[in-house]
Ligand binder design. Structure first.
Ligand code: FES
Length: 148
């Protein structure tokens, strides 16, 4: 193998390993579930927030509910045992689907950002995200979708 070919192949292998590593780490950070869709909303087991990779004392700060019956996913943030927010992942600027990134939801279309309560932090969006009432019992949260 000549020198030029060796360098080209080595760079391609390094790039592939970097991209794959990044993709795998971002997959492990975000948890997707489908929830249980009822007549008035979604039920989600609170156990879904337990981060089993880190032990029972650790929780995911958010999970994303994707369900075929929903036009957009819902990002559910957990603040503590009794406080959650459920945010429609539809950008209020022009309707692109948002991406969750830690405590923020970002729009890849034009750069808007929203915090974990749905408040717009960076435009061009000028309206907060739609959020849904969440009620909590011991083992489940109920996300009321009647206002969708
Ligand atoms: S659609 Fe999200 S910023 Fe434009």
């Amino acid at each position: 193998m000549d020198r030029r070919k060796f360098i080209k192949n080595s760079c391609a292998a390094c790039l592939s390993a970097t991209v794959l590593g990044t993709a795998l780490s971002s997959c492990s950070a975000t948890k997707y579930i489908s929830g249980t869709l009822g007549k008035d909303g979604l039920l989600v087991d609170t156990d879904q927030f337990i981060n089993k990779e880190k032990g029972n004392a650790s929780y995911h700060s958010y999970i994303i509910v994707r369900n075929d019956a929903l036009q957009y996913p819902i990002c559910v943030y957990r603040f503590n045992d009794t406080q959650y927010s459920a945010l429609w992942m539809r950008c209020t600027h022009q309707g692109a689907e948002l991406q969750a990134s830690g405590d923020y939801l970002q729009c890849a279309a034009h750069g808007s950002e929203f915090n974990n309560k749905g408040t717009v932090k960076t435009g061009p969006a000028d309206r907060n995200l739609r959020s849904f009432p969440v009620t909590v019992n011991n083992t489940q949260i109920f996300i009321d979708l009647r206002a969708v």
